[in-house]
Design a protein around this ligand. Structure first.
Ligand code: PLP
Length: 441
């Protein structure tokens, strides 16, 4: 009979033998955590050690782990009807699309896929086809921002603005251009946040003009840059970008893959601004990552250029799993929980409290900046507060390791090539209890 210890050991060994992990390089000395269960904001590994998951997996498990009613919703749907391709339709997909429109407070057509990357690919393809069918076939380029992450597939990665993730796989999809996002902490001395944000928006307009506006299909951006280091724009930035898009016939694609479903203290991140995107992509928090599902929401006026009766005017895109009935039923349950437990307000409240509680850290010699919106926070660590020299790899690793040793998982974000991989990220489940919150603090 094998002992518990032997079983445990073999699990890690089998992992090393067989699994090629995403992003992370593991070895004998540094094995991956093997997580066995999750409850609320906490996960437990195979050794029985518990951690508060300060990253909600990959910024995703918004309602927390271990929700039986979510499992039940998926189970009931699977028993009743496990699969329908979205070339046809089914009840949960219809209900979910209606619910998403209610949450967006507007009329969008809902296109289902499986992941955030998929949803962004759909946005790019749709935008190009829209311009073709709207009499402007020369519009094929997309503008995106440095430091942003939009996914791992060839188009979504092309939109991504982090060179280290990309350069070994280039050439990626053609037609993606980048501009710098507002990074208020590192703005030029003497410039107000507002002036600086206006200037950054003007750079977007300049890019359109330099590139010849008739070639630009759209801009893709998150309401705030998340994985690139929690860069929160002044509202004027988003409003100006929207105004520039309108003036030049450029579609505004908002990537809500992380910011959606309460993460920033509103149901969607763009709802912080006076903004009506043309296309919105969402994933992660849509199902709190219990099952894969993503959505590309398209303004109905754009859809009107499709399916006009002319040959080939429909969107020639299909994926097998998008809109899976169990995933849609589960997403509906997830949204019901978000609403019933007021988790969006809770996100805003916990985020505000966290900013206040962590105020004391501002005097710490290595803390350059603390910023957040809702239950999404970045702590930018520096070697020197005057020069803002980013914290070294060793310092970042030590702090993250110390957090883990004390039972808290935190993220590390930014852009390695630019040298700003020095932001500690916190994005815990929105369902954190007061005790969980005190633990994080
Ligand atoms: N967009 C943003 C802002 C993301 O953070 C991510 C993933 O982290 C994606 C898109 C891609 O989503 P997925 O990993 O589901 O393909």
């Amino acid at each position: 009979m094998t002992t518990v210890h032997e079983q445990t050991k073999s699990l890690v060994e089998k992992d090393r033998e067989n699994i090629w992990h995403h992003i992370s390089a593991y070895n004998e000395k540094n094995p991956p955590m093997v997580i066995e269960k999750g409850e609320g904001a906490w996960i437990t590994d195979h050794k029985g050690d518990r951690y508060l998951d300060g990253m909600a997996g990959l910024w995703a498990v918004n309602v927390g782990y271990g929700r039986e009613e979510m499992a039940q919703a998926a189970y009931e749907q699977m028993k009743k009807l496990a699969y329908v391709p979205m070339t046809q339709s089914h009840g949960p997909a219809i209900e979910l699309a209606e619910k998403i429109n209610e949450l967006l407070g507007a009329d969008y057509k809902i296109f289902y896929s499986n992941s955030g990357s998929d949803a962004n690919e759909v946005a790019f393809k749709l935008a190009r086809q829209y311009h073709q069918q709207n009499g402007e076939p020369s519009r094929y380029k997309f503008i995106s921002r440095y430091r942003a992450y939009h996914g791992s597939s060839m188009g979504a990665l092309a939109a991504t603005g982090q060179a280290l993730r990309k350069y070994k796989y280039e050439p990626l999809a053609p037609g993606f251009l980048h501009i710098a996002p507002p990074d208020n902490y590192r703005r030029p001395a003497g410039q107000s946040v507002e002036e600086y944000n206006i200037q950054r928006a003007q750079e977007f307009e300049e890019k359109i003009i330099w590139e010849q506006k008739e070639t630009i299909a759209g801009i893709i951006m998150e309401p705030l840059i998340t994985g690139g280091g929690i860069l929160i724009p002044h509202p004027i930035y988003v409003e100006k970008v929207q105004e520039i898009c309108k003036r030049h016939g450029v579609l505004l694609i908002i990537d809500e893959v992380i910011c959606g479903f309460g993460r920033t203290g509103k149901m969607f991140g763009h709802q912080h601004f006076n903004c009506k995107p043309d296309i919105i992509t969402m994933a992660k928090g849509l199902t709190s990552a219990y099952l894969p599902l993503s959505i590309t929401a398209i303004r109905k006026e754009i859809y009107d250029k499709f399916d006009t009766g002319e040959d080939n005017s429909h969107f020639r895109h299909v994926n097998t799993f998008g809109g899976n009935p169990a995933a849609c039923a589960l997403a509906l349950k997830n949204i019901e929980i978000l609403e019933r437990e007021h988790l969006v307000d809770r996100s805003a409240e916990l985020g505000d409290r966290l900013l206040k509680e962590l105020e004391v850290l501002k005097d710490h010699p290595y803390v350059g900046d603390i910023r957040g919106l809702g239950f999404l926070m970045g702590i930018e660590l520096v070697e020197d507060k005057e020069t803002k020299e980013p914290a070294t790899n060793a310092r970042m690793a030590k702090i993250i390791g110390d957090c883990k040793a004390n039972g808290l998982i935190v993220g590390r974000n930014g852009d390695t090539v630019a040298g700003f991989n020095n932001i500690l990220a916190l994005s815990p489940p929105l369902s954190c209890t007061d005790e969980d919150f005190d633990f994080i603090v």
